[in-house]
Write a protein that binds this ligand. Sequence first.
Ligand SMILES: *Cc1c(COP(=O)(O)O)cnc(C)c1O
Length: 227
Amino acid sequence: MSEDNSSDSAAERLASVQADIAAACQRANRADNPPMLIAVSKTHPAEAITPLIAQGHKDFGENRVQEAAGKWPALREQHPDIRLHMIGQLQSNKAGDAVRLFDMIHSLDRPSLAKALGKAMAEQQKHVPCLIQVNIGDEDQKGGCAVSDIAALLDTARGHDIPVIGLMCIPPAGREPAPYFALLDKLADDHGLAQRSMGMSGDYVTATEIGATYLRVGSALFGPRRG
Ligand SMILES: *Cc1c(COP(=O)(O)O)cnc(C)c1O
């Protein structure tokens, strides 16, 4: 594929995902309040990202601090209005780098991380909005805070001066996602949180219909992951 073709198709994929979201918003009566589309660029190099930036896209997601640190500072220098979202599991010893690099963190999932993030935010005087990642399917192997621990983690995070703005989830693989999205939507309501980060390439339409405010879409925009 030539470079021109690949940038055309990235732009086309973005337009097609945006059209799907707009149609879902019409159906769900939220055309005036659409979700924010985060383009998840993990594993993809800067050359794959710049066509979306050229289309005016501003919100991007990464799941590894180290990869983001290698890729984004140069891009952001040229495009200072980009917003970078941390969506992957975060080690406490990377909290300082995460606070420095990212504009939003979707994967706050435990008290020790809240403590590390709170300390880094205080040191850097940068209070990055966070979402609590919830283990919505109560899966053994899955990261995320247990549903029954949300209130306590919220207290801990607020005690460390972390602005918590919402909840995030990844439904169990291979199951109908709608009930899990509906549960996250209800839990966010119960805890008085406005933001719901849910919906990926396979289910962003469903998530939009159920009230997602942030969609995290990778392969539908960038093609299969590399490396
Ligand atoms: C990779 C990733 C996504 C995007 O996945 P796609 O299926 O490629 O859209 C969304 N959320 C998280 C947490 C991810 O790690």
